[in-house]
Structure formats: C-alpha cells, structure tokens
Design a binder for this molecule. Structure first.
Ligand SMILES: Cc1ncc(COP(=O)(O)O)c(C=O)c1O
Length: 301
C-alpha cells in the first residue's frame, strides 16, 4: 500500500582502526530508504499509516521538538500518502518559520500548533490524547513514532540482513528503534543502543516494556555529549573526518554519536577480534542544514 526503497544497502567500512583490531563493521544505509521519510522514521511510520488508513482516519496527529526528524518525516509521509498532518510542537515561543525543519513541515502541509513545555509534558496522557483524537478526528502517533506498530516496522529491517553478525548498533532517542531490532535478533546476537539523551534511565524500562524482555539488548549512556543535541569539538571533528574518509554523512544528534561511540568502544577493545557489527544509519540528515545554519557551518557537506 505504501512503498519506499528497501531493502536498504549494507556497506562495509574500511578504516585502519578496524583492521588493527580485527573487527568488521558494516553500515546499513537506512538513510537511503527515502530522501524525505528516511531511516527509522519510515520503519516506524509504515504500520501506523496502514492502521490509520484501515480505520478510515484522514488526519494524523503527532508530537515533536523544534528540530524533530519525526515531525519532518511525518509531514512528508502524510503529504505523500494523502493524510492531513497535525504537529504539536514543544515551545510556544516558536513559529512555522523558526527553522528549516518547521518550515519544511509547514510547506508539506502539516498544521503546526505550538504548545508550552508544561503542556507538552502531557504528551502521553491518555485523557488528553483521547480529547485530541476526538477533536481532530485524528489517528495519534506518539513522539518519535515509537509504539508497538513501530516495533513491527523496525523489525523488518533485521529481516533484510542476510549475512550473519554479532551486534546491531543504533542510536536511541525514544527507544522504539532499539526495541524493534532487538525483537527480531537471533539468540547469539545483541542489539546495542547508544543513548543520545542525558540521564534518561527510564529508557531501560520503556524498552523492556516494548520488547517484553531485558535480554538481547544493551543501552549505553556514556556518549550523549552532555545531552540531547549537545556536542563538542571532538564530535564535530569525528563526523567531518568520518565523512571525508567514508563519504557517509552523519548527523550530530543521532548517527554521529552512535558512530563515535562504536569506534571508541572498538578502540577500547570492547569487542573481540573477529566480531561482526552492523551499525544502523537511521537517517536524520535533514537536521544538518538547520544545525549548520545555527552553528556557522561546522559540519562539512
Ligand atoms: C535519525 C534518528 N536516529 C535515531 C533516532 C532514535 O530512534 P528512537 O526514537 O526510536 O530511539 C531518531 C529519533 O527518533 C532519529 O531521528
């Protein structure tokens, strides 16, 4: 019913550190799934959109921050597949012209409503969600798109991997992607999640609830660079050098931190020689433009 370009390619990384440590790393290029609805966003939206269509909804309502990849992707998906999108955006000081993400979402036809941070806190409050759904006659997708239907969509990317591997690594925001991949791994495989948020220990519980078990996945909290969307010169240098060497662009919020973490762990001998690792390029590249606008073109493109 809704199609984009998959299976996505898997690319081997050729870096001196990998050769030195005898570890193989591949990148599953989920960023190439679609220009606008890229990476894990499509995986998480797919079955939600099918569910909405099946139940006759014309409106999709969702939540996000000012630079949200999920907002950008939902707006583009709704435009493409014939839904009216409504985005509730955190920050009543913002407007539809505040940055390139919001401008593009508005241009794609998403109706943007800017709400206070305290109101946004209620984004998972069932009573409020029921009210919103009734008022807008809308199918509701949670922040980041992470719900049980998202897990089903994300799991499909694991089915696309035909080679054997030991670890599948991904960045973590709301936890749906890590939950989705770990739900489909074999017993000898482990999903590793790199948290992009600072001190969000509730993620363990959330992921446990989504996957239904505490084994088969691990979450790392040491690579958030002081918080969501925070960065330092080491991270920027790493992303620029990685791009120069591999021609793979990484965003500073998710995939940059994931790859930094993975290479750092390899340097620190966290993986035995002979280990095979697949890292997930979850997209998010639309964020680079806004980041460069805000930060004096720090990232090479
Ligand atoms: C590019 C990108 N990668 C990774 C993530 C994290 O995924 P999840 O929210 O499912 O943990 C997000 C946010 O959802 C994202 O936009």
């Amino acid at each position: 019913m809704f199609e984009v370009s998959s299976p996505t390619p898997i690319q081997a990384l050729a870096l001196p550190i990998l050769e030195k440590k005898g570890v193989e790393v591949f990148v599953k290029r989920e960023d190439q799934i679609d220009v606008e609805i890229s990476g894990n966003k499509w995986r998480k939206l797919k079955y939600n959109l099918i569910e909405a269509k099946t139940h006759g909804y014309g409106h999709i309502l969702t939540f996000g921050g000012a630079y949200s990849n999920h907002i950008a992707a939902t707006a583009a998906a709704c435009k493409r597949f014939g839904f009216q999108a409504i985005g509730l955006i955190r920050g009543d000081e913002l407007n539809s012209q505040s940055n390139s993400t919001l401008q593009k979402a508005a241009a794609d036809g998403m109706q943007l409503e800017f709400i206070s941070r305290s109101q946004y806190q209620r984004r998972n409050d069932i009573e409020w969600l029921t009210e919103l759904s009734t008022k807008h006659r809308a199918y509701i997708i949670p922040e980041g798109g992470s719900n049980p239907l998202a897990i089903q969509g994300v799991a499909e990317l694991v089915d696309e991997i035909t080679q054997d591997f030991d670890y599948l690594v991904c960045p973590v925001g709301t936890g749906g992607t890590l939950a989705g991949i770990s739900s489909r791994l074999k017993k000898h495989q482990t999903a590793l999640g790199i948290s992009t948020l600072k001190g969000e220990k509730y993620l363990e519980e959330l992921i446990t609830n989504l996957v239904g078990r505490t084994s088969g996945w691990q979450l790392f909290h040491g690579y958030h660079f002081e918080g969501y969307a925070k960065f330092d010169s080491h991270l920027i240098k790493f992303i620029n050098e990685f791009y120069q060497t591999t021609h793979i662009p990484l965003d500073p919020i998710y995939t940059g931190k994931m790859m930094y973490a993975l290479i750092d762990m390899i340097k620190k001998d966290k993986f035995a020689p002979g280990t095979k690792i697949i890292s997930l390029h979850t997209g998010g590249l639309q964020g680079i433009y806004g980041f460069n606008q805000q930060h004096n073109n720090l990232l090479k493109t």
